[in-house]
Write a protein that binds this ligand. Structure first.
Ligand code: BGC
Length: 436
């Protein structure tokens, strides 16, 4: 998988006569060019917060945003720039692909920073596991997102006197009542990563954390035979059907491919009432003036209330010719600090990566996510779609399989299960470090 995911890059670096990238872009010594995919209003504001804190310690964030939710486009640009020896100094490089980059010697080792700042004591063990490749810390963490959220617009439910649902029967009843009241029940986009983000949360609900782990972490082929998988595909179909707008309204018709920010805007304006997605949406709702707990309810996808389906945002420092090592280490240190953790995560919708941050200043939804993640008894499971479980190629293939099913009404849930089983067999056994 490793060779496939970064094949051109690995091949170029291995070809005699082509040296490893010696230069990373960014000119003045205090400038750090950062490649990332945070382009929505809240993502932008969270990145600006980091840039402002950096400026206070004499560092300049040179922005290298690549639009596209979920980061597919940004990762392609990062590969391409690295091949052309124009790698940025800092890149959003979440999860499993980090080990491929580290193995090729492309990432700066941040062990000194981690030791100096006692990261192994202050950070959650799952966070340290994500940052560490073969006993070396190779990235700095920003925040922990929860994926298995079900958001309900309280004003809409109240206006139409509909009870807030928490199980599937309730959701189906609410969907009917909402449609009768002229509201599109569910906000849903056909964009592949968004479809698959909903799917993995539904899978967690149907399979439970142990089976989810056997599928997505251990990649046990027999686990994919379980009927829970077929049920999850069925749920996905039902959920997408609930996103069809009521006849005779401007929302009329089936869902289509739309940026996630449009879904959030619809939900915020009451054009739809229910949304399953990661809590970057909560950050975005915040910038639109809505507060978790007050204006919208943060529930979990049915069957997942006690579990935390997580993804962790991390920034890796690219080694290049080591000319910016001091500045990169300084930035990594800042990212891990308690003050930055609180300020950044308040805007972003994620929660701090450290156990010692006073989260009572965050909204109720964030507090709930943080407490769950911090509780050692909580089943914490890694997101496939957001790179915590599979490497890039395998992850994209799963996303594509789920997406094809969603868009093809003639494909049965049982057929989709068979396709996923076939895909897993083709991908072969897991080749990279296990997610925790
Ligand atoms: C990232 C988030 C980001 C979201 C939407 C996820 O993969 O972890 O930081 O807000 O994609 O782009």
């Amino acid at each position: 998988m490793c060779a496939l995911a970064l094949f051109p890059l690995a091949a170029a670096l291995a070809t005699p006569g082509i040296a490893a990238p010696s230069a990373t872009s960014g000119d003045a010594s205090n400038e750090l060019n950062v490649l990332h995919w945070w382009t929505s209003a809240s993502e932008r504001a969270a990145a600006d917060h980091v840039a402002a804190r950096m400026a206070e310690v004499g560092l300049r964030w040179v922005d290298g945003a690549v639009a596209g939710g979920g980061g597919g486009a940004a990762i392609k640009v990062l590969n391409e720039r690295t091949l052309r020896r124009m790698a940025p100094k800092v890149a959003q490089l979440n999860g499993q692909s980090m080990s491929e980059w580290a193995d090729m010697g492309l990432l700066l080792d941040l062990d000194n920073v981690a030791q100096r700042r006692n990261w192994s004591r202050t950070m959650f063990p799952q966070v340290m596991a994500q940052l560490t490749v073969r006993d070396h810390v190779v990235a700095a963490p920003l925040g922990i997102h929860r994926i298995n959220n079900l958001y309900l617009n309280k004003a809409v439910f109240k206006q139409h006197k509909i009870e807030l649902p928490s199980d599937w029967a309730g959701l189906e009843r609410a969907a009917q009542a909402l449609r009768a009241a002229g509201v599109t029940p569910v906000a849903f986009s056909d964009e592949p990563w968004q479809v698959a983000t909903v799917f993995e949360a539904l899978l967690l609900g149907e399979a439970g954390p142990a089976l989810y782990r056997r599928m997505m972490v251990q990649r046990e082929l027999q686990a994919f035979d379980d009927p829970a998988l077929e049920r999850s595909f069925k749920r996905l179909r039902d959920w997408r059907n609930m996103a069809t707008g009521p006849a005779g309204t401007s929302q009329n018709g089936a869902p289509r491919e739309r940026p996630w920010t449009e879904l959030v805007a619809d939900f915020a304006a009451g054009r739809s009432a229910m949304l399953i997605t990661g809590d970057w949406a909560r950050g975005e709702l915040g910038t639109l003036g809505l507060e978790g707990g007050r204006d919208f309810e943060c529930k979990a996808v049915p069957g997942t209330a006690q579990a935390h389906l997580y993804s962790i945002d991390t920034l890796a420092m690219l080694a290049g010719n080591l000319s910016s090592q001091a500045e990169q280490e300084k930035m990594a240190e800042l990212l891990g600090s308690a003050a930055l953790q609180l300020g950044y995560n308040r805007i972003k919708g994620s929660v701090p990566v450290r156990r010692d941050v006073p989260v009572d200043e965050l909204d109720l939804c964030a507090q709930q996510s943080f407490k769950l993640f911090a509780n050692p008894n909580t089943p914490r499971v890694p997101s496939l779609v957001h790179r915590m479980a599979f490497e890039e190629v395998g992850k994209n293939a799963v996303i594509e399989t789920v997406h094809r099913f969603a868009l093809d009404p003639n494909q049965t849930p049982a057929a989709a299960q068979r396709k996923l089983q076939g895909l897993l067999r083709a991908l072969g056994p897991k080749s990279v470090k296990a997610a925790s």
